[in-house]
Every structure is written in C-alpha cells, then in structure tokens.
Ligand binder design. Structure first.
Ligand SMILES: [Zn+2]
Length: 601
C-alpha cells in the first residue's frame, strides 16, 4: 500500500506490519495494560470530540473546506485536557481527511444514484436472487411502482445534463426548501426517497464504536540501541528499543503516556529479525503507526523514499505482460524485447482509440517467437471462498430484512396499544414504564429482536472484512509474483489501460448482488493500484496499452476476429493450433509495442 498524506509529494510512503503484542495474556503488567487502555480511551475520546466540532449533519446545506475544518480543529484542540498534547495533535490530524471523505461519499452517492436511477437489475439476476421483486438498482421497492420508467429516464437525462454541482443544488432546493417548482410529483418522490436513503447511510464517524475506525495513532519515532540509552537526549512520541541482552524479548516499543507528564509506557513487541533489519538499513523509515485494539497492539512502520527514476523502455531487456481475468486472476507472459521502440511511435500507440487500435492490429504483425516464460494463476479457489462468504452475507441480509419487517409489525402493535404515533424511536427503557403485562411482553420481544438484528449486522460486517482480507492476500501474493518476474528479467510491465474498459470476457455468472459488488466492480482496479504501487516503489516501468481487441487478435497473421476466442481457448484458423486464451492475450499485450508493419504479400 502506498501511503501518502500530503506533505512532501516527491516521497513515496509505504506501511509495513512491524510487530504486535497481545494484551490478553500475561505479557504485560496490569499497570501497563491499564495505561494502554487509557491511551486508547483518551485518544478515541479526543478524536470523537474533534469530529463533533466539525461534523455537518446535512452536507447539502454547505460544507467546509479542508482548511476551514483544520482551523476549527486547532481551536478545539486548545480546549482538550487530560491528554498528552502530542497525542491530541495526532488525533486532530486524522480528522479532516475522514470528514472530507464521508461528505464526498454522501454527496457523490446522491448524484450517482440519481444519474443511474433508471438502471434495472437484470432479469437473470432477479431469477436467482432471494428477493426477486426489486426492479431498479437505485430505487427502493417501496416506491418502484409509483414512478414510471419514463420519469426515471427523464430524471437520468436531466442529472447528466446538469452535472453534479447543479444536481446537488436541485436536490437541496427540493428537500431543504420544499420548492418543487418545475418538477412533477413522481420526480419529487424519487429525489426525496434517494436523498433519504443516502442520508440514512451518512453517519457521523464514531471512533471506537464503529470497528472500521480503529485507534490508529501515527507517531514520529526514533530507534534506540539498548534500553539504557539516555532518554533525555531523545525526542518524538515513540521509540523502538532493542535489547540484545534480554532473553525473552529483543524489541520494545516505548510510547509517551496518554496523560501529560505521565511515565512512558514500554511494551515488548514481537518483531521478526527481517523487520528489525529494515530499521537498520533504512534510515528513511520516518514514522510509526500504533494501533491499539481492545486486545492487541499492532505496530506498523512507515517507510518513505524518493521516487526512483523509471528506466527507458529500451533499457529493459524484457517485457512482462499482464492479462487480468476471473477464471485466471492473472496470466503473465515474459517476452524478449526484440527491437528498439521509438518513443514517438509508442506515444501515439498508447493514445489509440478503438478504430485506430483495430487498424493497427490488422496492419501489423509479429512472429510471436520471443516468449521466454509464462505464469498462469487460477482464481478458482479464490472465487470459491469469496462466493461462499457472499452467500452467507446474502443469507444474513435476508434474515436482517425479515427481522426488520417483524420489528415494524411489533412496533405498530405496541404503538396502537399505547396510542402513540409509530414514527420516532422507542426509549431504551420503555418496558420499565409500561404497566400492562401484554405490552410489557411485546416490548421485551421488540428489544430482544433489535439486539438480535444488531448481532446479525455485526456478523455481516465481519464477513465483509473477511472478503477484504481474502482479496488483499491474494492480490498481494500475485502482485509480488509479477514484481519478482520483472526484477528477474530486467523487464518493464505492460498491461491494459483501464480508463477505457473492454467488456469483461470471462466475468463469472451472476451469483447474487453481493458477489457482483465484491468481485465484478472494482477488483481489476484494486489489483492494478496494488501492482502499480509496488512497481513504482521498485522503480519498474509500467506501460498501459489500449485494451481493445487484445483478446481476439492473432498478431502472427494480423487478424482481428472475435470468433477466434471461445471460452478458455484461442484458435486462429491460419495458425491452426489451439492456445490458452488468457496466455494468448498476455502474449499479445506484451508484443503490442513490438509489432511491425505487415510484410507485403
Ligand atoms: Zn494466426
């Protein structure tokens, strides 16, 4: 992961896991554990206080710039007491990007949903999905029959013509001012509903409560040899101590106490010798991330280095080509660079549109005799794990939905007994104030069910985290293989350009909404960013070629024909032999810049 937060733009930053310590066993004395818990508590409290100071409940009313947010936070920091100033500052610095992100997502979601309000869930999808009644991706079932397709299509057109800023102004006019001028009732209903759904998902970040926001503290630190070094000569909030004489632990993390003038906390951290050697070799490791969880402390080091210069493509002996797919997540081909590449020609090739790409592939050829190595990585096991996890998520989702329906019925029952309106929330202690045993029983049922739903939602969050973990591990492994090949063969990496995405050739069959969301959308982009970060870090040149027709061309015969590809196999009638389709695509991508004008026949 490249790690950047403004600052010096010329530096690349990267976080490495450096070690961890469990808070659960007898590793730490009770006093130290209490200090760490206090640190976590104070830090989260400070972060939440900062959020309270700058969170906007309805960003449609207007948002602050990052600079304005920072000004409010700096003022707020002066009021904070009971926390070491250095920690307060670290907490403060983490807030602005989070606030800007949640606001951006909220406003972006409104525009995105309106801009695609007419897009329908495919019929094949509805056949398999448990709830087959929903028609539109972005319009809830509750209103889908009250708006005509024409209304939705018109609204889509209108939003696309307005662009996001003016669309948001329109939404603000409708929902904040109640001004419906020039809009029919159906359009108003759609805007109100989409807005309400987005607002429901726009929540104030709550550190500690929401598992997505851990207590992640960014610290400046020093490495010190031997715990006996004179602490007065050191500054920074944290340091790593290395004690070779200690039999049990070699490395300790020492961090400042959460309370001003408190004694520093020294905790043993299990670090591998490999990580330690990074500290030795790389003096540019500049900061430390300490994540204090409820039962573990994780340490990450943030290394930074100058962006290495990437070589000229003609200095590379080989090209490593990447084909990204589903059946095979990644197929790599290593090809010998068998001619000089003219920089001006390369530039024009990289800018090809679809027509130019076809003309180029049909007028240029290559004997395809320069393949040095191939690696194909099947994605079957990976997709199976993701698929089964998504199936569990879908099950939970329908259970949660059923639970909510039941909850609504209970609520309206209770309200009709009590003679109150069913909107608004029940107080947590409602059951205590109710006399009637029947209603008391219903109230008990209501809160037990509510707790159960929360439990299910927690399980669902864990499954989403599991999917992210699976993707991270698999993509991390694959991008490492790619990097190793590039280093071993002194190669540049050639891949398809993502900005113009060709239609997926082997996207897996529809397996439910969640599966689509987790795999089809964005996986390619996730892999690409991961690989690009690694290649950049190691100074390897990456070239993105146009993605048109790369899976349906035979460079040997300068032919483009979609019928040559059938599933896993590629067969050009002139070549007369079967090839693996993904390997053939990777070879074609790799040789794209090496094609030469077709010899006259
Ligand atoms: Zn051929």
């Amino acid at each position: 992961m490249a790690y950047g937060n403004g600052g010096d733009k010329k530096l690349l930053r990267k976080a490495f896991p450096a070690g961890s310590t469990s808070l659960g066993n007898d590793l730490l004395t009770a006093g130290k554990r209490a200090d760490l818990m206090l640190l976590r508590e104070r830090y989260l409290a400070a972060a939440n206080a900062f959020v309270d100071a700058v969170f906007t409940p309805e960003p449609l009313c207007g948002t602050m710039s990052g600079e304005d947010i920072e000004k409010v936070l700096v003022a707020k920091q002066k009021d904070l007491t009971g926390i070491n100033k250095a920690y307060a500052e670290k907490a403060r610095l983490s807030i602005t990007p989070i606030i800007l992100t949640v606001e951006k997502h909220y406003l972006g979601r409104i525009v995105g949903r309106l801009a695609h309000c007419a897009s329908r869930i495919p019929a094949t999808a509805a056949l398999h999905a448990p709830a087959a009644t929903r028609i539109y991706f972005n319009i809830p079932e509750s209103i889908q029959d009250r708006v005509s397709p024409a209304t939705l299509e018109n609204l889509e057109e209108q939003v696309k013509a307005l662009g996001s800023r003016k669309t948001l102004a329109l939404v603000a006019r409708v929902v904040l001012e109640g001004n419906h001028e020039g809009l029919d009732a159906e359009t108003v209903l759609v805007i109100q509903t989409v807005h309400a759904e987005c607002l429901e998902r726009y929540r104030k970040p709550e550190f500690g409560k929401d598992p997505r926001y851990t207590c992640q503290i960014h610290l400046d630190y020093r490495v010190v040899r031997g715990p006996e070094a004179d602490p007065k000569r050191l500054d920074g909030v944290a340091r790593i101590l290395v004690d070779k004489a200690n039999r049990k632990f070699r490395t300790f993390l020492e961090i400042s106490h959460p309370i001003p003038r408190g004694e520093a906390i020294r905790i043993p951290v299990v670090m591998s010798p490999k990580v330690l050697s990074k500290f030795d070799r790389n003096a540019r490791i500049g900061s430390l991330i300490v994540e204090v969880g409820p039962d573990t402390v994780h340490v990450k080091t943030v290394a930074s280095k100058q962006i290495p210069g990437t070589p000229d493509i003609n200095d590379c002996l080989h090209l490593v080509a990447r084909d990204f797919g589903y059946k095979n997540t990644v197929t790599l081909s290593v090809l010998r660079r068998d001619r000089e590449i003219d920089p001006a020609e390369m530039k024009s090739i990289l800018d090809f549109d679809k027509g130019e790409a076809r003309a180029y592939l049909e007028s240029h050829e290559h004997p395809m005799d320069n393949v040095v190595a191939r690696r194909r990585f099947s994605g079957q096991a990976f997709l199976r794990s993701i698929g089964s996890t998504c199936a569990r998520i879908d099950l939970l989702a329908s259970e949660i939905k059923l639970g909510y329906n039941k909850l609504e019925r209970l609520k309206s029952n209770i309200c009709s007994y009590l003679g109150t309106e069913p909107d608004g929330r029940f107080a947590d202690d409602l059951a205590l104030h109710v006399k009637d045993p029947l209603i008391k029983q219903l109230c008990g049922k209501f809160f037990r069910l509510l707790n159960h739903i929360w439990h299910l939602k927690g399980l669902r969050l864990k499954l989403f985290a599991k999917i992210n973990g699976l993707k991270k591990a698999w993509f991390g492994f694959l991008s490492n293989q790619e990097l190793k090949l590039a280093i071993q063969y002194q190669a540049a990496v050639v891949r398809e350009d993502l900005t113009v995405m060709a239609k997926e050739k082997d996207a897996p069959d529809y397996k439910g909404r969640t599966f689509n969301k987790m795999i089809n959308n964005g996986s390619k982009g996730q892999y690409l960013r991961r690989a690009t970060d690694k290649l950049l870090w190691d100074g390897i040149l990456e070239v993105a070629i146009p993605s048109f027709y790369t899976s349906t061309a035979c460079p040997t015969h300068a032919r483009v024909d979609a019928t040559m590809r059938k599933g896993d196999s590629f067969r050009c009638p002139l070549c007369g032999r079967d090839e693996h389709a993904d390997e053939h695509a990777a070879d074609t991508i790799g040789n794209y810049l090496l094609l030469r004008p077709k010899a006259a026949t």
